[in-house]
Design a binder for this molecule. Structure first.
Ligand code: HXC
Ligand code: NAP
Length: 309
């Protein structure tokens, strides 16, 4: 068994309907592929219908299950309402909502126009609450249980320079996740989040490490386990949190980052830059001063005896 394999039984999502926003590319595509292999009917939506159709066809050929591609800008509530309706009519009642769509880029904050700030916050936060509100109202009205899973990042709670609109928006999603976990539990609706660290995707890599940054900066270097994430690892976690196996998990955010954010947070964690030889040298110096201390102690003892005599 290893972490690049699927961990679930083949029929975990048989008869289930799942929505994955931003499901045509990257991590959304990987999670959709796994849900579909596990028997789910999945609706994937984003702005580019050609990309979605290609992904849907590819996944359907792999799993034999229905994958419905629908164009939708998550920022527009009317479009969100429409794709939820079409999904119900085509695939049946929806069981799981996975808010995964996002927009992001790196920039010093003072260089951003207010429209740039709006763009990222609207895709990430507004897009997630549009789907959450529309889906939640529907589940509550129909007295149907539901599961919400939100993709955030570890800087949702640490914050991060140079991606401030994204950090602010992801923090908002995390607050919404925890708030609704309590408020909507009485309706049988669970709400959880996943905070991934670096997982290679074209969308994230091209925008967060543009041009020469990509050659100069290897994200694996600051990850304690020494590597970036594999998509199947995230898909395994998402499948667990989307499934009924996690029925008692509610309001949780699960970090999957190889220990990355904690490494940045711990006061002395950067000491792993110190080579063994330097530790050896420091130990020798310590022992040396230790023996000096011993001499000093004997001297003091000697003084004491002298005085005692
Ligand atoms: C500064 C920028 C910019 C940039 C766009 N803008 N790119 N400002 N730096 N790199 C500004 C534009 O000038 C414009 O403002 C405003 O933002 C809107 O730009 P548009 O191109 O019209 O927006 P749109 O076509 O809606 O595209 C949205 C996008 C784009 C976010 C800009 O990158 C996109 O489509 N992204 C989707 C996929 C994505 O980003 N995936 C990565 C997720 S990774 P003005 O004032 O000129 O009108 C992620 C990982 C997090 O979240 C954690 C990693 C560890
Ligand atoms: P990605 O492939 O760029 O995925 C983003 C998706 O969002 C795209 O499919 C995009 O499709 C869709 N999207 C963007 N704007 C939209 C809009 N207005 N309406 C509808 N859909 C929209 O990047 P990814 O790396 O897989 O990211 C997926 C999720 O993981 C995001 O929430 C991201 O913040 C999170 N994450 C990723 C990493 C990482 O290292 N990769 C780390 C932490 C968190 P269209 O362009 O067709 O609209």
């Amino acid at each position: 068994m290893n972490y690049s394999e699927g961990m679930f039984k083949d029929d975990v999502f048989k008869g289930k309907v799942i929505i994955v926003t931003g499901g045509g590319t990257g991590l959304g595509k990987s999670m959709t592929t796994y849900f579909s292999k596990l028997g789910a009917s999945v609706m994937i939506c984003s702005r580019k219908i050609e990309v979605l159709e290609k992904t849907a066809q590819e996944i359907h050929e792999l799993s034999g299950n229905k994958v419905l591609p629908l164009a939708c800008d998550v920022r527009d509530y009317d479009q969100v309402e429409q794709v939820i309706k079409t999904t119900q009519e085509t695939l049946g009642p929806i069981d799981v909502l996975l808010n995964n769509a996002a927009g992001n880029f790196v920039s010093p904050t003072e260089r951003l126009s207010h429209r740039a700030f709006d763009t990222v916050v609207d895709i990430v936060l507004k897009g997630s609450y549009n789907f959450t509100l529309c889906m939640g109202k529907d589940w509550i009205a129909k007295k149907k249980n539901g599961t919400i899973l939100n993709i955030v990042t570890t800087y949702a709670w640490t914050g991060s320079g140079y991606v401030v609109p994204s950090a602010a928006a992801k923090a908002g999603i995390l607050a919404m996740t925890r708030s609704l976990a309590v408020e909507w539990a009485k309706y049988g609706i669970r709400s959880n989040a996943i905070a991934p660290g670096p997982f290679p995707t074209e969308g994230a890599w091209s925008r967060l490490m543009p041009g020469k940054l990509r050659e100069k900066y290897d994200p694996a270097l600051k990850i304690p386990v020494g590597r970036v994430g594999e998509h199947q690892e995230l898909a395994n976690l998402a499948a667990y949190l989307a499934s009924d196996f996690s029925a008692y998990v509610n309001g949780e955010v699960v970090t999957i980052d190889g220990g990355e954010w904690l490494k940045g947070a711990g006061e002395f964690n950067q000491l792993d830059q110190i080579p063994e030889e330097l530790w050896d040298a420091m130990e020798m110096a310590r022992n040396k001063s230790g023996s000096k201390l011993k001499m000093a102690w004997n001297y003091i003892k000697g003084m004491y005896k002298i005085r005692k005599v």
